[in-house]
Ligand binder design. Sequence first.
Ligand SMILES: [Zn+2]
Length: 88
Amino acid sequence: MLTLRNNFHNTTCRVNVKPGEVLSYHQLRRARFHLCGIDGCTCSNETGTRGQQWQTDGSVVELVPVFQNGNNAPVFEVIEIAGPQEIT
Ligand SMILES: [Zn+2]
């Protein structure tokens, strides 16, 4: 479980995805809607996230765009970049 954050709008959105997995189209749309949702806002990318991202156990993750099957639209894979930290 991942709590995505946007530190510009101060919003969060929980998605059920683990490191090594990609966010589904619907998870991505839902995250973008809940985290920013403002047409034309440039605070973030397609994920709606901004700033540090954590799993619920405190480990730090990044959402990395990857291109699948020659598709022009990237999907976002969750990569763990550090073990559990104290969430600040
Ligand atoms: Zn925004």
